[in-house]
Design a protein around this ligand. Structure first.
Ligand code: ZN
Length: 138
């Protein structure tokens, strides 16, 4: 079940250029930085109440974020991530409702989370992520 908006993903050309805006102009604090090789991005997280902002900088020309920046050169909101207690169940529910999935199975995202995306063609143009904390390894 979805319980909240976990974070907004925001595509930027350069973390080094974008982070000072969030820190100085908005007064938010960068809490966490991480590279996610599977998505070819570097991320920086800012807490904003219950919601986080996830800045995404491409590390490679064929990163999904690099492709987004080709279409949106100024950057912008890239995805909305819903926090759920069961990403696999969310994918099944969406697929059963006729939504096209980008990922059939959750995979490791930033911040120690399991994530998966729905296709924006099925979600009225909003790239939609489901995420949940990764269960502790046993
Ligand atoms: Zn995300």
């Amino acid at each position: 079940m979805i319980s909240k908006i976990d974070h907004l993903g925001i595509a930027v050309k350069s973390l080094a250029e974008a982070i000072p805006y969030y820190e100085r102009a908005l007064g938010l604090k960068c809490e966490h930085r991480e590279e996610v090789p599977s998505q070819k991005v570097r991320t920086a997280f800012f807490r904003c109440g219950e919601v986080h902002l996830e800045l995404l900088e491409p590390t490679d020309a064929d990163s999904p974020i690099a492709k987004f920046l080709e279409k949106n050169p100024a950057g912008g909101i890239h995805h909305v991530a819903f926090g759920s207690d069961d990403v696999t169940a969310q994918l099944k529910q969406a697929a059963a409702a006729g939504v096209k999935l980008i990922h059939e199975q959750p995979f490791d995202g930033a911040g120690g989370k399991l994530v998966a995306f729905l296709h924006p063609k099925s979600t009225f143009g909003v790239l939609t992520e489901f995420c949940m904390p990764k269960p502790a390894a046993k």
